[in-house]
Design a protein around this ligand. Sequence first.
Ligand code: SF4
Length: 363
Amino acid sequence: MEVRIPIQHYRKLVRRHSKEYIISFAEPRRVISHVTGRNLVFVTRESGIPLLGHAAFGLIDRGTNLIQVRCVTGCNLNCIFCSVDEGRRSKTRATDYIVEPEYLVEKLREVAEFKGMGVEAHIDGQGEPTLYPYMEELLEGISKIKQVSVISMQTNGTLLDEERINMLEKYVTRINLSINALDERKASRLAGIKYPLQKVIEVAKMIAESKMDLLIAPVWVPGYNDDEMERIIQFALEIGAGKRYPPLGIQKYIPYRYGRKLKKVMNFREFYSRLAKWEEEYGVKLILTPEDFGMEKRPRIPQPIRKGERFKARLIAEGRMYGEKLAIVRDRVVTVRSRKRVGEFAAFEIVRAHDGIFLAEEL
Ligand code: SF4
């Protein structure tokens, strides 16, 4: 028997869809994201898909007071350096996920109660979080969790405007905004599409003027935006980014196994020595530590699955990448590399169980 996500959940999604995240029914039970053109799985409590165990949706606990909250996958950009190969041109991602806000808040509350006071809920993801049509409901729910003292969010800023910034300001402490170049041609080359640079510059200024903190987080991609880093530092300082937190979080391009790969990669020594030089020149902290963000170690949510364990379970949904399916084991979602179809049973062995994210190979 094929396990299907009840159609009423999709109907609910359609009723509440936003213009930024338009979906359509390709077939009676097949929903696709218009942003990426991929199948979209709606993760609700009723779907039975747990919110712990996957890197693309739900919650990730890496043993600190910061919990990553992943509400949606998919991106409106196609950055040439993207570590998760996102956007319409992705060659590896087969499926997108969207999580029901009430379900996500309920699970976050459970995790936050375990962690104790002073939790940071960090909304990020394999994609662009502002595509999520239920952002206000999600933020309102998170803001009512008493253990959560900081809500932060990552965004490329391209979908924000004054109205949405006013909404975010009610709940969000800090926005990490990625701007990779202040030259339109370079910015578009990096984004893989025509990039709305002027709009994002205005968005950055509006955030800096709001109650929220702004951290500008460019990815330094050697050969593409070397000359842009100093311009971005000057811009961040000029507009008043970084009130309580550092104004900049320059990241080094790192080629990941399933991300987009470029030929030129800078070594860490060179990267940090350039940051140290600019720190001195501009009087701004650029080499950041977790303490700069109030991060501290906290006990992890106990993991009920160990590497090497073997299970047999039904495959309940398509996986994030081609050749992957999802299964449920001990209230965790497990990615299974399997040739079987959704609805069939598979025997598998856990080959990776790191940070509460589980990967299995079919036996
Ligand atoms: S904005 Fe982020 S998620 Fe989207 S394509 Fe660029 S790097 Fe990837």
